[in-house]
Design a protein around this ligand. Structure first.
Ligand code: SF4
Length: 332
């Protein structure tokens, strides 16, 4: 067999992604509870029955699935007869698969894998809206089947550290109502007019099965978001939006510096991490002081120049967009 005949070599990542794409859940075409509250446009494609244009999936998601499968396997072996494990449900015509229902405690448990960075965020801010909607949707489905649900548990596991955080709450009909309103709003807008809720270079879009269709029409060689101007050619409107966003950022930074400076009066530590301080706000305050060593590039360049060499550099391109006075425009 020549090199030309030989099938292209597949990496371990390719094999993992292939495995993931063949799972029945990855081949699901309709909107499921796990996508409710995420990207409105992606949900719109699902509701419209659109064919995916990209394979989707990610190695991180596969790692999450593998953890899930291990947990499920153990649960299947140990579950009580009335418990439910990896159980298909449907509420308001939206399907889903709950991870487990512990009948004895009327407890619904969902397992989510995440990065340790995002886990830190969840510990402070609580579960994402979509996780609350998903689990409450499952709870509503179970209650509709006559199974009581008194408690909802979301177990978050950090893939990189193994850290576990358990969130516990009660079923909340208002979450279900909000989720159904979100679905109704998505349905009421033609799919190609739905908001793109994520950035094209971020992980959600990069692993989205509708990426090509979603960003199709962008100016060739430019940011995929250039499609927004193609769809809405109000350049002055976009410029005003950018101007306002920069004003808001500057004002927010000023407010942040002011509040942080005021609270520095309470800082108990001169180095390292402080104890958590309760100042009567809903979250505690924690100061962390770190010393960092930054490369002295002026010195490095001088040292290289002394021996007649140039320091190694990497080329990177960035696009800066500034506001400047128009040549014949009114003074700002
Ligand atoms: S590519 Fe991004 S913005 Fe577009 S549908 Fe998918 S997640 Fe949403």
């Amino acid at each position: 067999m020549t090199a030309v005949d030989r099938p292209a070599e597949r990496t371990t990542a390719d094999l993992l992604l292939e495995w993931d794409r063949q799972r029945p859940r990855s081949r699901q075409r309709e909107l499921g509870w796990s996508e409710v509250g995420g990207c409105r446009r992606r949900a719109g494609y699902r509701l419209a029955g659109a064919e995916p244009t990209n394979p989707g999936g990610s190695v991180q998601a596969v790692l999450g699935t593998a953890i899930h499968d291990a947990v499920q396997q153990r649960l299947v072996e140990t579950a009580a007869p009335e418990d439910l494990v990896e159980y298909p449900v449907e509420f308001a015509g939206i399907p889903g698969h709950l991870d487990r229902y512990e009948a004895e405690h009327a407890r619904l448990v969902d397992v989510k894998t995440t990065s340790s960075r995002w886990l830190d965020h969840i510990k402070v801010h609580g579960p994402e809206r979509s996780h609350l909607w998903q689990t409450n949707g499952y709870a509503a489905a179970l209650i509709g089947q006559g199974r009581p649900v008194r408690e909802i548990v979301i177990d978050y596991i950090a893939r990189d550290t193994g850290d576990l955080h358990r969130w516990t709450g009660r079923p909340d009909p208002l979450q279900v109502k909000a989720a159904l309103e979100w679905i109704r709003a998505v349905r009421s807008v033609p799919v190609d007019m739905l908001n793109r809720d994520y950035a094209p270079d971020g992980p959600f879009c990069q692993h989205c099965p509708f990426f090509n269709r979603c960003w199709d029409g962008a100016t060739p060689g430019r940011d995929p978001r250039s499609v927004l101007l193609v769809e809405d050619p109000d350049a002055a409107g976009w410029a005003a939006k950018l101007w306002q966003a920069r004003q808001d950022i500057a004002a927010a930074k000023d407010r942040e510096a002011e509040a942080k400076g005021a609270l520095d009066a309470l800082r108990p530590n001169e180095a390292g991490g402080s104890d958590v301080l309760d100042v009567g706000f809903e979250l505690g305050l924690l100061w962390t002081i770190t010393d960092s060593e930054r490369l002295d590039t002026t010195q490095v360049r001088a040292e290289y120049a002394r021996v007649g060499a140039r320091p190694p550099t990497k080329t990177s391109t960035s696009t800066k967009l500034s506001f400047v006075p128009l040549p014949d425009g009114p003074a700002p």
